[in-house]
Unconditional design. Structure first.
Length: 476
């Protein structure tokens, strides 16, 4: 039997065809490494014509990184330099074995680096318990148009570049990419519409090289490999999420108690796909990348609450009146004279924004590390206060801020710790009231109420926070 015959053989007959003879041992090794995917994997390798096309996998890996869809060194490279060429059946088996080993190593690295990333659907049903009344006039539009378009494109299997470019320009996807760009700490190159369209074309392709690349790693092609592999599951998931108004009611009912009375709110919640980041919010919409939770609703729902609360924050938090455009820049800046005060205020604002959203999403976390984060976060704020803006580069501030925020850094837990103290003292709506008075008040008040973590009155950080609060109150 040659490669061409094996490539066209009915999948269920491959095991019998290779169970005896000179290829039996290699087939056994492949089954041990690839499991139920062994026959499909071998057939893909056998369909490479000429067999040297296997080296196109190296080119795909390079181009994926160049387009901002790589793993930024967090996960290992995939294609070994000594990959066997599948010139005959035994060579095809050796190549398939090697690729199966690559996938196994990639999945293991993924589970260690991103342990919360689910590799499959669990079959959970979407039936959230009511959490409270939605205030009159509040509205949340759930946008799944981009995910539907991606799934339709993947189903069709016609990788038209123009159609892919049109999908990449859809609002949920452009806002997802905008958030990634505005974070400031994601290294270049950053994915853009052209890069996403390139990933989409290869994800929809049935060419054996593209099919192998998708099989090798669920996060290849900016996680579109994952969507391709579970297309039916994702379609059923989004259908359940938009069935009726249950999702919008659950999210709005969860955040409403924390808003000051008579606060209006009308917004949009968008679903997208994107490597390495689960939830996001821009000045246009809150959103999440759906593959990071799949149907794990215990993680999906808090993410949606967190990001939607960010959108509420833009309406209620104290803002810089000199900035007209809505968004987080209005909340994270104030026109203080000194650079040190402006940078400290920015850090305090992010503690307030990320921490309060973290608390609202999960007010009673199973693994409460907030007090530890509070200690670490205060230490980081002291380092930020100590920087001399006139003699040290602005990159120093950015590095310290990123240390507090990157990968759910200590600023999240510090802010959640302070939020809990504020709520326990005066009720849930007091959290929104604290946001209205600004970040220095939020931090100072939370520290006054919190148990176990505090700043001494003589502490220079405490003095500076008090100074900033007083300046803002005088200005208003």
């Amino acid at each position: 039997m040659d490669r061409a015959t094996l490539a066209e053989l009915e999948t269920e007959r491959i095991a019998a065809a290779l169970a005896s003879g000179t290829s039996a041992d290699r087939w056994t090794r492949l089954v041990e490494r690839a499991g139920e995917d062994a026959a499909d994997l071998l057939q893909l390798v056998c369909r490479l014509a000429p067999p040297e096309r296997i080296f196109e996998l190296c080119d795909l890996e390079t181009r994926q990184c160049e387009r901002g869809a790589g793993f930024l060194g967090m996960l290992p490279d995939q294609i070994p330099g000594d990959l066997p060429v599948p010139t005959d059946v035994d060579g095809s088996l050796e190549s398939a074995i090697r690729l199966a080993e690559v996938r196994a190593a990639s999945v293991e690295a993924l589970s260690e680096t991103m342990p919360d990333y689910p590799l499959s659907f669990s079959g959970h049903t979407f039936d959230p318990d009511p959490v409270g009344d939605v205030p009159a006039g509040w509205q949340l539009d759930v946008d799944v148009d981009a995910i539907r378009a991606v799934l339709d494109f993947l189903d069709a299997g016609k990788p038209d570049a123009e159609a892919a470019a049109a999908i990449a320009r859809m609002r949920a996807l452009t806002e997802m990419m905008r958030h990634r760009r505005e974070l400031g700490y994601v290294p270049e190159p950053l994915i853009d519409e052209d890069g996403f369209a390139w990933c989409l074309v290869h994800a929809a392709s049935r060419d054996p090289v593209d099919a192998l690349w998708k099989w090798l790693h669920p996060q290849n092609l900016f996680d579109l490999s994952d969507l391709f592999a579970h297309r039916d599951d994702y379609r059923q998931l989004i259908d359940r999420l938009v069935d009726g108004d249950r999702l919008a009611a659950y999210v709005l009912g969860s955040i409403a108690p924390y808003a000051p009375p008579y606060t209006p709110f009308e917004d949009r919640l968008s679903f997208a796909v994107g490597w390495g980041i689960r939830g996001w919010a821009t000045q246009e919409t809150g959103g999440m990348n759906i593959e990071h939770t799949k149907d794990d609703f215990d993680r999906l729902l808090p993410t949606l609450i967190h990001e939607t609360f960010h959108r509420l924050q833009t309406s209620i938090a104290l803002a810089n009146s000199q900035i007209e455009e809505p968004g987080f820049d209005r909340i994270t800046s104030q026109p203080f004279e000194s650079g040190e005060d402006r940078q400290l205020y920015r850090a305090l604002a992010y503690v307030m924004l990320e921490g309060s959203a973290t608390y609202v999403a999960t007010p009673e976390p199973a693994d409460d590390t907030w007090s530890d984060d509070a200690t670490a976060g205060l230490a980081l704020l002291k380092r930020i206060r100590a920087v001399n803006a006139s003699t040290e580069a602005s990159e120093t501030y950015d590095e310290l801020l990123n240390e507090g925020l990157r990968s759910n850094g200590p600023f999240y837990g510090l802010g959640a710790f302070l939020s809990r103290a504020i709520v326990e003292d005066a009720g849930r709506s007091s959290l929104g009231a604290a946001l209205r008075r600004g970040a220095p008040f939020f931090v100072e008040r939370g520290l006054q109420l919190a148990d176990g973590v505090s700043l001494a009155r003589s502490d220079k950080l405490a003095e500076r926070i008090n100074h900033l609060r007083a300046r803002l109150e005088d200005a208003t």
